[in-house]
Design a protein around this ligand. Sequence first.
Ligand SMILES: Nc1ncnc2c1ncn2[C@@H]1O[C@H](COP(=O)(O)OP(=O)(O)OP(=O)(O)O)[C@@H](O)[C@H]1O
Ligand SMILES: [Mg+2]
Length: 337
Amino acid sequence: MFDLIELAGVNKVYRAGASEVQALIDVNVTVNKGEIFGVIGHSGAGKSTLLRCVNLLERPSEGRVTVGGTELTSLGEKELQSRRQKIGMIFQHFNLLTTATVRDNVAFPLKISSLTKKEVKARVDELLELVGLRDHQHKYPAQLSGGQKQRVGIARALANHPDVLLCDEATSALDPHTTESILELLKDINSKLGITILLITHEMNVIRSICDRVAVMDQGRVIEMGDVLSVFLNPQHPTTKGFVSQVTDMIDTEALGIRSEGRVVRINYMGNTAYEPVLFETVRSTAATFVILQGTVSRMKDTPYGQLIVELRGERKDTDHIISELRQQGLDVTIIQ
Ligand SMILES: Nc1ncnc2c1ncn2[C@@H]1O[C@H](COP(=O)(O)OP(=O)(O)OP(=O)(O)O)[C@@H](O)[C@H]1O
Ligand SMILES: [Mg+2]
């Protein structure tokens, strides 16, 4: 695995007359080859600016942008144009040519390629097949559903065999069911074609369904970054906690506290570790007992995860022993009280 996209010390200031907006502040993000990397943040956080800095649709005011080993920020306009061909992009409102058919929309980026007519036809057929639009190829965008329009956008973005696909809120205009099917398609494109995906969204559900790693943005800064499970299970920043609560009724630890007489711990688990037998066995080897106050089990991309809030009742030496034993067994244990 190597870095495919690197933003290093990126700052972006927009100037409009006398006013200035600092849209990106010292952003350092590395996306590995082959992963699906998500950036989440509220409106105005700087997500689109970050994404547009990757293909230099926006030029950073400061900092370096490197894609596939080439520092784009040091290229001239012509070289940049040619490198951009290998960076596909899709948009929230699809940006299709309304007066062209599905076929012609997909063929559009191939116009400037050196392919023959026959080769273009073959490539378009292949792309339409990939996104499942063969039967709709002669329609115009106005005759398509939102999900179908986004499929055209995806086919068009893949036309020149990009190594990176940038997605700007690609599912925000779609209903939940259609969102699901587009996310599945992106996941397939990532795993079958090996295309690295960088997507931005304000929906935690999107991050949870398909991303490997995530960066959380707030007012131009990346405030938290890591693999989705760790960020999800241990959100640090209030903004991150807010996003996490969109997709789960994560345990409200403050509401629990006072009633309990023992020590309260939170146990996170991921992957296929079964924590209940471990917990049961460990507690049983002492004179202490436990009560499960709350628990949740779900799935993140392909990994099961869970969280338990447990009250340990017994002598301090026993509860200390249980906590250290659980940690030894590889469980992530946080003492809440
Ligand atoms: N071309 C521009 N000129 C001036 N200011 C801009 C420009 N584009 C964006 N901004 C400002 O920069 C900040 C970040 O904008 P950006 O579009 O990157 O946010 P975002 O996270 O994508 O928001 P949204 O979720 O609403 O799309 C905002 O304060 C915005 O008003
Ligand atoms: Mg945006």
